[in-house]
Write a protein that binds this ligand. Structure first.
Ligand SMILES: NC(=O)c1ccc[n+]([C@@H]2O[C@H](COP(=O)([O-])OP(=O)(O)OC[C@H]3O[C@@H](n4cnc5c(N)ncnc54)[C@H](OP(=O)(O)O)[C@@H]3O)[C@@H](O)[C@H]2O)c1
Length: 178
């Protein structure tokens, strides 16, 4: 990812917000999806250039394209899984879709042409290298990036923490303290 790239992030979970923060630090432009106006305001405060409400606009790929002048985004951080087909419709020629999560489900239908014609690269991501983690730490220090922490629960209340996660009202990370 580089300065001037456009990155699409999905939702306001821990992964999406970190992706947004790192993209902004790299000088990229961020388009974000969320389900609520309150969360949209927070995304803008964190640096999102544009926010689309995926509840009001479930077919959001054309809106993403429009926001990039028809070109499509350079990078999608796919945390939804089920929306992969829309992500492929929103990514530009030679773009990259990093498949990290599946909050919307593990299975989805894809049209293979969406990958071939625009020469899109798609990669599943689980972990990175130690070198990558060290670079990430340096980036966080340099840009004073702080994780967005929604709430903290002691270990004995971890069931409550998971119920809170399940309700989906959180923004960013839910911490269990040991
Ligand atoms: N590959 C890995 O190494 C790795 C590491 C960590 C997590 N993950 C996976 O990545 C995914 C995200 O993790 P997380 O910790 O960030 O989860 P999370 O905190 O539960 O956040 C999920 C967010 O996704 C958004 N969302 C739900 N349905 C959506 C939809 N249809 N379209 C767009 N956004 C939608 C919601 O945002 P709004 O509330 O704003 O609508 C929700 O807050 C999970 O599937 C997790 O298992 C993978």
């Amino acid at each position: 990812m580089g300065a001037g790239d456009t990155v699409l992030v999905q939702g306001t979970g821990g992964v999406a917000l970190f992706a947004l923060q790192f993209a902004c630090a790299a000088g990229a432009r961020v388009i974000a999806l969320t389900s609520s106006d309150t969360k949209a305001a927070l995304l803008k405060k964190l640096g999102a250039d544009a926010v689309i409400n995926y509840r009001q606009q479930p077919e959001w790929a054309p809106a993403v394209r429009e926001l990039t002048g028809g070109r499509g985004v350079d990078i999608v951080v796919e945390t939804t899984g089920a929306t992969l087909s829309q992500s492929l419709a929103a990514v530009g020629f030679g773009g990259f879709v990093g498949v990290v999560g599946f909050v919307g489900g593990l299975e989805t239908r894809l049209n293979v042409r969406q990958l071939i014609g625009p020469m899109v690269r798609m990669q599943g991501i689980v972990v990175g290298s130690r070198t990558g983690l060290e670079a990430l730490g340096r980036t966080m220090s340099l840009h004073r990036i702080r994780p967005v922490i929604d709430s903290t629960f002691p270990l004995e209340r971890c069931a409550e923490a998971f119920r809170h996660l399940e309700r989906g009202a959180h923004v960013g990370k839910i911490v269990i303290s040991l």
